[in-house]
Design a protein around this ligand. Structure first.
Ligand SMILES: [Zn+2]
Ligand SMILES: [Zn+2]
Length: 364
């Protein structure tokens, strides 16, 4: 029997979020139904609504979620009814060219549910990032569910499903930060602060937070920043000089750009030590372009990497990070600024850029 439950959709570009009846089909082979307990409001949901991802409206928004498996389809072995899970959008296939060469984090054929959720008139919904979790029950592929320790509250654990994992992974997976290294992080929102927490977890001894808002720099200290730089009135040269001044005159071993603008990427490029690493985790605007002196790209060496979803493997990383949180070694709960109800998602979108909210999380 299909379920009819309330879900948050974006019907058209720029249209306000609506709470409507959504029909969730019975799980097909390999599918599971998850009763969503909490789902964070991510910038990507706003991008879907604003037409910045694609135009496959209407979208069922929400993708940073935790909940409990309530039904399973034929052949499901990965989870069972009652399991407490965090949802992910990297259910690796094991068969594509990336998986076959062992680069599972680049899997190009990740699994999604075999059946579509619809409006009551039969209109198919496009679930955000193949999940769609601003809803009481959602349908996903079994491999989109990762079991984690029940002791972590859903509003905390669910955040690993996207932005927080992206930031932590940018430091520990993509940047491969090592003990004693220096790390600079540009942009101290949710993803940037997660990168700071990741750098601390990895043992970085100097962690420099850069932002244009003093309050966000203060917040960054709670996640592990050892130094802060307000870049609001600084030129590119002054930003670079500030990072060099805090790293023995050399620049940071790893610079993580959690903003993704040409100017912040140039800051990252020049604020790293010779042969250092730049990690881009902030998503650039589709029309943005960057110019760099080609000889500097060669002469400064090192590596320029992009971090997709923190290069995470959910089955490896989610349970480990939840365990570290429960041991008091990773302040995951500090990312939850407020818990809200589903009818406050639109208001939460308005707070994404105001600098006071890391994450608003809808509780079900
Ligand atoms: Zn694959
Ligand atoms: Zn997200």
């Amino acid at each position: 029997m299909p379920y009819t439950v309330k879900g948050a959709i974006a019907r058209a570009e720029g249209a306000e979020v609506e709470i409507v009846d959504v029909v969730v089909p019975d799980p097909g082979p390999g599918d599971v139904i998850v009763d969503v307990q909490a789902c964070g409001v991510c910038h990507t949901d706003l991008s879907y609504r604003d037409g910045g991802i694609n135009d496959e409206f209407p979208f069922l928004l929400g993708h940073e979620a935790a909940g409990r498996v309530s039904a399973v389809g034929e052949g499901v072995t990965h989870v069972e009814v009652g399991d407490y899970v965090v949802l992910n959008w990297r259910a690796v296939c094991g068969e594509c060219r990336a998986c076959k060469r062992g680069d599972l984090k680049y899997c190009f054929a990740t699994h999604n549910a075999s059946r579509k959720m619809t409006l009551t008139d039969g209109t198919e919904l496009t679930p955000a990032l193949g999940i769609g979790a601003f809803i009481e029950k959602t349908i996903v592929h079994e491999r989109q569910c990762t079991k984690v320790d029940e002791q972590a509250a859903p509003e905390v654990a669910g955040l690993l499903g996207c932005g927080v994992m992206a930031g932590i992974g940018a430091a520990i997976n993509t940047g491969e930060v090592k003990r004693g290294e220096s790390v600079a992080v540009i942009g101290c929102g949710g993803v940037g602060n997660a990168a700071i927490a990741g750098a601390k977890l990895a043992g970085a001894s100097t962690i420099i937070a850069l932002d244009v808002v003093d309050a966000k720099l203060e917040g960054a200290k709670e996640f592990g920043a050892t130094d802060t730089v307000n870049t609001k009135d600084l030129s590119e040269e002054e930003v670079v000089a500030a990072v060099q001044g805090l790293t023995g005159g050399f620049g940071a071993d790893v610079v993580i750009d959690a903003v993704g603008r040409p100017e912040t990427y140039r800051q990252a490029f020049y604020a790293r030590d010779l042969a250092g690493r730049v990690v881009l985790v902030g998503v650039p605007h589709p029309k943005a372009e960057i110019t760099l002196p080609f000889l500097d790209v060669f002469g400064r060496g090192g590596s320029l990497k992009s971090s997709w979803y923190g290069d995470c493997l959910p089955e490896r990383d989610f349970p480990m990070l939840v365990d570290l949180y429960l041991q008091g070694r990773l302040p995951l709960d500090r990312f939850v600024t407020e818990t809200i109800s589903a009818d406050q998602i639109e208001a939460a979108f308005g707070k994404i850029h105001d600098g006071t909210v890391l994450r608003s999380v809808v509780k079900y």
